[in-house]
Design a protein around this ligand. Structure first.
Ligand code: KIV
Length: 277
């Protein structure tokens, strides 16, 4: 079903049931206005921990806190009617133990009204995923390039080439068996993404993976051309809003300095007949 025809947000089981069907559409969002404009076009919206880099200027996602995820999760939720909201678990909020993960996932779900959480990791996180799912927390997994592990992965490199492919397949199978309802595949070779998609019974959501995945996700500021600090190969820019915004700011600054703004249409006269606002 297209997102435009839907009246209420899908549940994790609805997303799971889309395996092999029309591709799932997803973007990240961090604010209410952005969530509003993507609501009718996306099946789910991710409040990604990329918020740290995209909106807060952090060098990586490692400095993102629970408080940041809750603040942005609440804002995004206010803009959604039809799309499901998934919130990222930030670095350090789930790795220590399944109990720690449950405490923080439950807090994210109750304070933001998210439909699910996402966490990074494969085989090593399977027990935690099973623990959360058994306690009523739907989990989307994220494998391949997992940005919270850049210090052990050695940077934002393509994952799963050569011998590493077998580990990624094992990761996908492990999170699926643990009960994740979908799995994000980030920055993995196209053939491996297709192989994983065929191997697991849950939808694969690609980012830098393959059009053969069961869905796609991008960081919204990347695809709108608003985030321009760097551009990974997998990002397609559908707009150049950053350039447009800078041109608009430059035009405003010029008009203010020339006293061309505000002009007659933007100021108020003394007459009581004029509009009040
Ligand atoms: O934080 C994020 O933006 C993500 C991606 C998968 C889009 O996790």
């Amino acid at each position: 079903m297209s997102a435009t025809a839907r009246k209420s947000a899908p549940l994790p089981d609805d997303i799971r049931a889309r395996k092999g069907a029309t591709p799932l559409v997803s973007l990240t969002a961090y604010t209410t206005p952005m969530a509003e404009l993507m609501d009718s076009h996306c099946d789910f919206v991710l409040v990604g921990d990329s918020v740290g880099m995209v909106l807060h200027g952090l060098p990586s996602t490692l400095g993102v806190t629970m408080e940041m995820m809750i603040l942005h999760g609440k804002a995004v939720k206010r803009g959604l009617r039809q799309a499901m909201m998934v919130v990222d678990m930030p670095f350090g909020s789930y790795e220590e133990s399944p109990e720690q993960a449950f405490r923080n996932a439950a807090r994210l779900m109750s304070e933001t009204e998210a439909g699910a959480v996402k966490l990074e990791g494969g085989v090593g996180m399977a027990d935690t995923i099973a623990f959360l799912v058994a306690r009523g927390i739907p989990v989307m997994a994220h494998i391949g390039l997992t940005p919270q592990s850049i210090n052990t992965l050695g940077g934002y490199k393509v994952q799963g080439r050569g011998d590493a492919a077998a580990q990624l397949i094992a990761d996908a199978e492990a999170v699926s068996e643990a009960g994740a309802f979908a799995v994000v595949l980030e920055k993995v070779p196209e053939t491996l993404a297709n192989e994983i998609t065929a191997a697991v019974p849950i939808p694969t959501i690609g980012i830098g993976a393959s059009a053969g995945c069961d869905g796609q996700i991008l960081v919204v500021d990347d695809m709108l051309g608003l985030f321009t600090r760097f551009k990974p190969k997998f990002v397609k820019r559908y707009a150049t809003l950053g350039q447009q915004a800078e041109a608009a700011v430059a035009a405003y600054a010029d008009e203010v300095r020339r006293r061309a703004f505000p002009s007659a249409e933007h100021v108020f006269g003394d007459s009581a007949q004029e509009p009040k606002s």
